[in-house]
Design a protein around this ligand. Sequence first.
Ligand code: E4P
Length: 216
Amino acid sequence: MRIFLDTANVEQVRHGARLGVVSGVTTNPSLVSKEGSSDYKAVIKEICAIISGPVSVEVLTTDKEAMLAQAREMAGWATNAVIKIPITADGLEVTAALAKESIKVNATLCFSLNQALLAAHAGAAYVSPFVGRLDDIGHDGMALVADIVAVYRDYDLPTEVIAASIRHPLHCVTAAKAGAAIATVPYSVLLQMIQHPLTDIGIARFLADWQKVAKK
Ligand code: E4P
């Protein structure tokens, strides 16, 4: 399972890239807005220049023609830009049109197996089931990830599953076991994934033991 960073914070993306573990980025309008910039294009172009893998950027309208026009424009911002389109009737139509133009789509706001199936048939390169938001309303978000992975495998559908709306490190473990191609994780979760108390205790013990002889 590959790791994407779910952020529009350029410094977090830079750190993720330096760690050598981040192979893509997903953004959304809320994440860009959180960074306090109204220059969507500038933020996305900066992130696309740091990370060579796919960087998802979401359309900012629900109007079909406007979505299509925006998606085409955004796809021109960088060669690694992937366009996030919500799974609605108009969104599927836009996804199908973009796929015919070889513009990669990340079908976003996926909350059901049916939506994932339709997104794959429309030609989406990626589908993003939102695990945390399903968990929030008492559903099993990770069960949806497992179902989508299994059905895509059964029917040879090439769309890659991005486990999204990740809230904690255990989500990453479960997503990997379920066979998700990618987990897109907030920066805080990426840092949590690195941590283990026994690693810290082990380092401290090794250094303390070494000091016993180094001082002699
Ligand atoms: C995914 O592509 C979305 O940007 C993201 O995972 C949404 O997560 P949230 O539910 O924490 O907002």
